[in-house]
Every structure is written in C-alpha cells, then in structure tokens.
Design a protein around this ligand. Sequence first.
Ligand code: AMP
Ligand code: MG
Length: 342
Amino acid sequence: MADERAERIAEFIGPLRVKPGSKVNLRRDFDPRYRAGMRKRDGIELLRTGVSLLAEYQERLAAQNTYGVLLCLQALDAGGKDGTIRHVMSGVNPQGVRVSSFKVPSTEELDHDYLWRYACRLPGRGEIGIFNRSHYEEVLVVRVHPENLVRQKLPDEAGGPGLWDRRYREINNWERYLTDNGFKVVKIFLNLSKEEQRIRFMKRIDLPERNWKFSAADVRERRRWDDYQHAFSEMLSATSTKWAPWYVVPADRKWFARICAAAVLAHTLMDIDPQYPEVGKQARKDLLAAKRELEHEAPAGAPADPYASRHPTADRAADGNDTPAADGRASGTGRPTKKKRG
Ligand code: AMP
Ligand code: MG
C-alpha cells in the first residue's frame, strides 16, 4: 500500500524533476500552466490526501530523530511561496517544522561568508526545515543585481570571472555534505508566467487587504524578467544533482502548484522511510518495571492497567515477551511498526 502510494507519487513528480547535468531553458522546457490533465475539483481532494500523508511521515521522521529534511522554495514575486507553505504544511505538527524566510541580508550577515546565514537556520534531526527563499538567492538576485555582490565585501581573489560557476560548485558540495550527514535537501522552483504575475500584482493593488503584499520593488524586479529567467535556467542546469534535485513546479494554477509541492515533499519523506524506534531489551525491562510500580499505585477498585482494560489487544508489555500482538502490532509500543523496505 505504502509502496504503491510511493510509486504513484514518484510517477507524478517525475516530469517536474530537472535531470542532473541537463541544460535547462525554462521557457522551452517547462510550461507554467501544465496541470497533468487534472481538474481543480480532483486536485483539492488529492491535496487533502497529500497533507495527511505528510503528517504521518513527519511524525515518524520526528520519532526516529535521525534524518532531517530541507525544502528550499524559490520563485519570483507573487509566485506563491507563502500560500504553498501554508497549505502544504497545514496538517503537520508545528513542533517538527521550521520555516525560515530570507530577505535582504543584514550587516551582520554580510560580515560572514555567503552561506553562513543559511547554515544558521538548517533543520535539526527529526525536523523539516523550509527555506522561503534560500541560499539560491546568492546566484539569483545577487547575480541579477551585482551591487549585492559589492556589499558582500569579497576579497579580490574570490570575485572575478568564474564566480557563479564556483558558487554553483560550492552549493552542490554543501548540499552533498548535508545529505551525507543525514539531511535530505530538495528544491522547488515555482514557475510562474509573466502574465500570471501581472494578474496577481493587479489583485494586490486592487484589493486593499492585499496592498501590504505589494511593493514598488516588485515592478522594478519585473522589468528584469528576462535576466531572472536566464539566472534561473543557469541555476537549474548547474545545481540539480542526484542528491539534491530541483523540481520545476508549474505555478500559474495555485491549487496544482500546492499538490506538486506536497508530492515532492512526500516523495522525499517516503524515500527516507523513517521508522518508529524499536525498544531494546533493557529499555523494555525498564518499561515493565515502571509498569509494575504504576500498577501497585492503582486505587482500590480501579483496574491495575486502565489503558489495557479499555484496549484489550493494544498493550502486551505486561507479557514481557517480544511476540507480536494478535492484531499485528509490535508488542509494547501500541503503535504500528513498519519494516524498512528493500
Ligand atoms: P520578500 O520575500 O517579498 O519579503 O522579499 C525579500 C527580498 O529580499 C527580495 O526582494 C529578495 O530579492 C531579497 N533578498 C533575499 N535574499 C537576498 C540576498 N541574499 N541578497 C540580496 N537580496 C536578497
Ligand atoms: Mg515580495
């Protein structure tokens, strides 16, 4: 069942993944209006399924406390980053998720190497970290507006020709290092069309309650549309790797973009396939000792184990053996334990 779901998700997101080593031309290769033949009505139901799937896997990720996940979200203004985060993460436990937004760097941030501020916000083990904008701004806005680079006060030998290729390499190496140490990195580019951006800007201007979302800088950036498309294409070509792939998510339809983002994250979690930790022999003995003690504290007339008396098949810790319970659950934990695939 789980494997079948995993397969369906893998198939769905396959066309969105940037093949490592391929040369991307955004306009030619990715259609912002693509929707895999899906209708909105079906899509909303699918998103609901995806969200509950994420909740399930996130709980296991947290319980196992071995792997972390970093999801990087990039898009042009009005690309839908905020809404995607809000919808996709709506079902997960907020304790296990850490969202970090990156704006124009502060003086303190500029006083460090360019990856420093992103490293400070990485998720811990058991956590999902979401970067709303990410270290990729360092090869996007910084590339389109070189005055940002001047502010970074690089020594002469660190600037000059080859700078962007070097950054791509450094970013790939950094992500490789994170992956090798248990932190899966996955990257989503919300691919918006120029006309859809215009429509969304208009809405932000026309509706007073949306005005706060619009800034004059947004139209200034829009004038550099072609430069950004080029910077995105270069970035996707150079930094989609086997260990940290890019997904180009069609973003003109918000509902479809959200399904894709949920699917990409679910795929990453399913690939980790986190497990609830199994209790070892000594820990089980300790559990049983604690259980005896609690049983002795039962007031007169109360069952020794109120939980087991209400759930006759759920708890077998009292048996003190490791045989599975009749309902197929592992003994003791009262939770389904899944065996690692393959
Ligand atoms: P917003 O996400 O709309 O709140 O805007 C944040 C702004 O910060 C955007 O205009 C980004 O281009 C800008 N920004 C993010 N990271 C960097 C960076 N490393 N250098 C310069 N500007 C940045
Ligand atoms: Mg903005």
